[in-house]
Design a binder for this molecule. Sequence first.
Ligand code: HEC
Ligand code: HEC
Length: 268
Amino acid sequence: MALGLLAMGGLYAAFAPAQADETTSTDAQVAQGRELFTVNCSTCHGLNGEGIKLTDGDGQDQMGPSLVGVGAAAVDFQVGTGRMPLTQPGQQGPAKQTVFTDEEREAIAAFVATLGPGPAIPNEEDYSTAGMSDEEREKAIVLGGQIFLANCTACHNFDGAGGAMPRGGYAPSLHDTSPKHIYEALLTGPGPMDKFSNGNISPDDKRAVIAYIESIREEPEAGGFGLGAVGPVAEGLFTWLGIAVLVGIATWIAAHTTRTSKKKVEEA
Ligand code: HEC
Ligand code: HEC
């Protein structure tokens, strides 16, 4: 009987991958996604993505929110940027190396998409600015800059360098984010960020914002040594410190010139 079981297992192992390769149906993908979800995500989001609330605490804290209706785009963003699986609830997940392969991420996204209708993973033509002519790009950068100034600088800083948020959170720097992840962040509004649905900022305008963010990465530091564009308050403080240092140096020089030393000699 043991031999029989072994033989069965061996046969299954030999044939199962081949079958999986053949069936590219989403059913298999969703099943794989559900399995990965159960192992990696359900402790916080619940077995069916319904979310898990902590009953103690102030009602604000939850292990993980409901994922019904967040859509494949939210999973692609959260898992693709390495934010999920979160290591500790109650903390903002930092962007880091993703722990899943592309195939696994797509499977989990496919599973979560079955929980309720939500935004799909965008296509390359939605977010890529590669096909823009020079003229189109220039126009897009101007438009994207206006949209960015009106909607994003409050949190991400005028230069996209990021900034602090209430309750220990932060808006990250946008200098390394891929166009796809920018598009998905707009679509799904991670954490405390607002959602910018396609009705709010159209796909064309989203691409303009991406073109603008790409353009500020390439911008040279006009004033020479850059201060990291941390904002007017910090940079202003830096200037005041600089002035204090210069005044100090001037005073020191004045106190050590030949005239002052001569006077001292005469006095002596
Ligand atoms: C209310 C503050 C706020 C506003 C307004 C806001 N964001 Fe965000 N944004 C955040 C926070 C906070 C995060 C990080 C969320 C997290 O990690 O859970 C974030 C994350 C992002 C990310 C992901 C970055 C990465 O590297 O993973 C992108 C891209 C982004 N925002 C772009 C934008 C753009 C473009 C706009 C304007 C259309 C905008 N945001 C408006 C707060 C904001
Ligand atoms: C340790 C707990 C924990 C684990 C494990 C975890 N998550 Fe989360 N997840 C959270 C919390 C908390 C949030 C809310 C984060 C925020 O709002 O900044 C979240 C947010 C999300 C969101 C965004 C929801 C939205 O409204 O846009 C998605 C999508 C998501 N998680 C998917 C996953 C997937 C997929 C996995 C498994 C690979 C996973 N999570 C594992 C705690 C967890």
